[in-house]
Design a protein around this ligand. Structure first.
Ligand SMILES: CSCCC(=O)C(=O)COP(=O)(O)O
Ligand SMILES: [Zn+2]
Length: 210
């Protein structure tokens, strides 16, 4: 099996799992997986597709600038430049971007702080942080309509081989060394967002939550 086919299958599996969670509303979301390092190539979702569907045209191979690496009628994701920033700056192997109601609410609630911070949750161990009372923070950036501008702002928050950024009233982009790590981190962030949204609602209803 070629490396492209192997990586295609790996990304298709993650895509199916995120689809099962119903995280691809209205064609939103994009995913990618690194195929080669030198030269850098990665498979990225084709733009505008319903990512819940599985087809032979789900992904296309792109180069270090996010341009198709082979002749194709498919268009790379409109947000490919964000993936480009990650692969060019880190050793990440996979990038996942989803729009959920919870990640949009958290981005709106904490936009003025420029970040959202979470603590006191066992699931923080999914990020490899084992200290008691650990806190995790995720930056929140403006959703600039101009993708090169958005990608430049996004790049300011791309530091390690695993990380995440919330785009205000848009969605989350998570990356990891492997597809497994990126998915694990994405699920942990979405757990924290959902927990916090529900907690705030219960507090507002006067119920005794922390
Ligand atoms: C209908 S969602 C608007 C575009 C977007 O934010 C997204 O995640 C999907 O865009 P793509 O070009 O990757 O299909
Ligand atoms: Zn998006």
């Amino acid at each position: 099996m070629s490396i492209v086919v192997k990586k295609w299958n790996e990304l298709a599996e993650v895509k199916a799992e995120l689809a099962a969670r119903d995280w691809f509303f209205a064609t939103s979301g994009n995913l990618s997986i690194k195929v080669t390092d030198d030269p850098l190539t990665f498979l990225v979702t084709a733009s505008g597709k319903d990512k819940r569907k599985q087809t032979d045209e789900d992904f296309l191979l792109v180069d270090a600038a996010g341009r198709p690496a082979e002749k194709t009628h498919l268009k790379p994701s409109a947000e490919t430049l964000l993936h480009v920033e990650i692969y060019n700056r880190t050793n990440a192997g996979c990038v996942l971007h989803v729009h959920t109601v919870d990640n949009n609410l958290i981005s709106e609630l904490y936009a003025s702080n420029g970040e959202a911070v979470f603590s006191g949750q066992e699931i923080i161990k999914a990020f490899g942080i084992w200290e008691e009372n650990a806190a995790v923070r995720i930056p929140i950036i403006n959703n600039d309509a101009d993708i090169p501008t958005l990608a430049r702002e996004f790049a300011n928050h791309v530091h390690g081989d695993a990380g995440a950024v919330l785009i205000h009233n848009h969605g989350i982009t998570v990356w990891g060394r492997t597809a497994f790590e990126a998915k694990k981190h994405l699920e942990a962030w979405e757990f924290l967002f959902s927990w916090q949204v529900k907690r705030l609602l219960l507090q507002r209803a006067g119920l005794p939550v922390g």
